[in-house]
Design a protein around this ligand. Structure first.
Ligand code: VGL
Ligand code: ZN
Length: 198
């Protein structure tokens, strides 16, 4: 039985002072660092957008950040520009331990499509390759922590279950954006999908 820790998007732009700051986002670093050694496989994910990414409100004239729009694959929240490839905002939080990680998985690198989940892009069809990697490594159980609970952590956890892994989200080592009740909805959706919340 292989156990993997998926550390989701612990990047400067999601921490206080960042472009899409999550309240207390930096508070996840200590608890995550403390448990990395307990896992057979450690994966860090990194939100990694081109500067003209379609999830950015700046690419939709007149659209306000945090409004929504229709994309070919469904409803998309329009975010402030964040995690632009190569910028300091896209870098991992400086205190996050990187050395124990065996894989750094970048996502959201296609301009036309967002990718909250570490397993599938937001069309729910385009694979990132993570499920195959984890299966090849003999992983059966996935534990998730990081940012943001109600978007990338939740979508990744639900897709982990869909891909046949047991999935546990460490709520104390995750923080939420909480946009219009999105945290309550994500918690209900995760429970319904069979994700364990710890
Ligand atoms: C995320 C919004 C946009 C996340 C990434 O990491 O939860 N949220 N891009
Ligand atoms: Zn993003």
């Amino acid at each position: 039985m292989g156990k993997a820790l998926l550390v989701i998007d612990v990047q400067n732009d999601f921490c206080p002072g960042g472009a899409l700051a999550v309240a207390e986002g930096d508070q996840v670093v200590g608890p995550i660092n403390a448990i990395m050694a307990d896992f057979d496989v450690v994966v860090l994910t990194q939100d990694w957008h081109p500067a003209d990414h379609r999830s950015f409100a700046s690419q939709h004239p007149g659209a306000a950040p945090f409004s929504t729009t229709q994309m070919p694959y469904g409803t998309q929240v329009l975010w402030p520009d964040h995690c632009v490839q190569g910028t300091s905002g896209a870098a991992f939080h400086p205190a996050l331990e990187r050395d124990p990680a065996q894989l750094v998985l970048r996502k959201g690198f296609r301009a036309a499509i967002d990718s909250y989940s570490a397993f599938f892009e937001n069309d729910k069809a385009t694979r990132t390759g993570l499920a195959g990697y984890l299966r090849d490594r003999g992983v059966t159980d996935v534990t998730l922590a990081g940012l943001a609970t109600d978007f990338c952590v939740a979508w990744s956890a639900m897709d982990a279950v869909k891909e046949g892994f047991r999935a546990t989200v460490l709520m104390g080592a995750s923080r939420a954006i909480d946009l219009d009740g999105s945290l309550d909805k994500a918690i209900a959706d995760m429970k319904a999908a069979g994700v364990v919340l710890a």
